[in-house]
Design a protein around this ligand. Sequence first.
Ligand SMILES: *Cc1c(COP(=O)(O)O)cnc(C)c1O
Length: 404
Amino acid sequence: MLVATHLFIPGPTNIPEAVRSAMDIRMEDMRAPDFSTFTLPLFEDLKKAFKLTKGRVFIYPSSGTGAWEAAISNTLNRGDKVLMSSFGQFSMLWVDMAKRLGLNVQAFEEDWGKGVPVEKYAEVLAADKNHEIKAVFATHNETATGVTSDIAGVRKALNDAGHPALLFVDGVSSVGCIDFRMEGWGVDLCVSGSQKGFMLPTGLGILAVSDKALEAHKSSTMERCYFSFEDMVKHNDNGYFPYTPATQLLRGLRASLDLLFAEGLENVFARHSRLAEGVRKAVDAWGLTLCAEEPKSYSNTVTAIRVPEGIDSAQVVKTAYFRYNLSLGVGLTKVAGKVFRIGHLGAVDEIMIGGALFGTEMAMRDCGIEVAPGSGMGAAVEYFRETTTASANSRSEARLKLAS
Ligand SMILES: *Cc1c(COP(=O)(O)O)cnc(C)c1O
């Protein structure tokens, strides 16, 4: 039988049935007199996913990369000095974009497997007495290596130095999955996208913005048009957009937020943490290691697994796809051939993780990685059984809430 490919890449992620059916609707009039009764509460609720009460969110018809650009071009000036770090595909590409947009970038190159070098940031910020650095950038969850960085630590470094720079965070593969506190951590611009934790198709670039960033926008002179905050604010304030919005995706976003809130954000984070731990128990039982170097930075949304010397990780991914109808993430650029990734974010549960581990074990054995059959799965089975109560409870509570 032809079954849809089992999708375990770290985005796009699996779309829940409720979200899919919310999007399967006729096209609607985005200038209808009552369209704002849908959009204004949507904007407010979307802020909750970032733990943002003030400020605002912008929803662009773009991928996450568009929101990266919107963040920079609306708040900074050509030649501005910014502090960044590169330790994986996505943090590397943001550095590249910042350079191409004309910023004066100081970027730390870290090993792929490490995260934001908080101590180095602290030193640079403390030494920058004249406050020449206008913005500090941090990738919260590096999707290429499965590394989560300490954003609270970056905020502390800024505060300790009494430094006024804006804090930019890439939360594309963390918001809606891993605890993220826009206001708690004093983040000024947080970039996200629709196809990861929000469990939607690709097509929305989501950007959460603090009041401080909105203030910085007023004196920012960088060229911008499509992504301009002014145009967005003018229309968004009344519930409309400066150009045709992706209305079906917005309807899907409504459904996805409803799911996240019915489960409860803290329960969503706990679910991701538990599923990720199950995957890590499996990796451990296989006798393999992670790309992420330190346990404190292990990602709860994606696990990048190193293959033994002499094995090509791309072969494992290909085998999983062609023989077992399982999509795993490949190793990108610096870790190509060396790691493969299991995405475990969005609409996932234990049984799905079990399927992913099952297919991964088969593909690995086919490729000459001598893991004992069932070893990783067995470790996950026991871990999930031992930790099931809270998760089963929050699932039934969410079901009740959605039914009422
Ligand atoms: C996916 C991803 C992006 C890029 O988003 P696109 O939607 O592909 O443009 C940026 N940063 C991180 C951390 C990501 O995981």
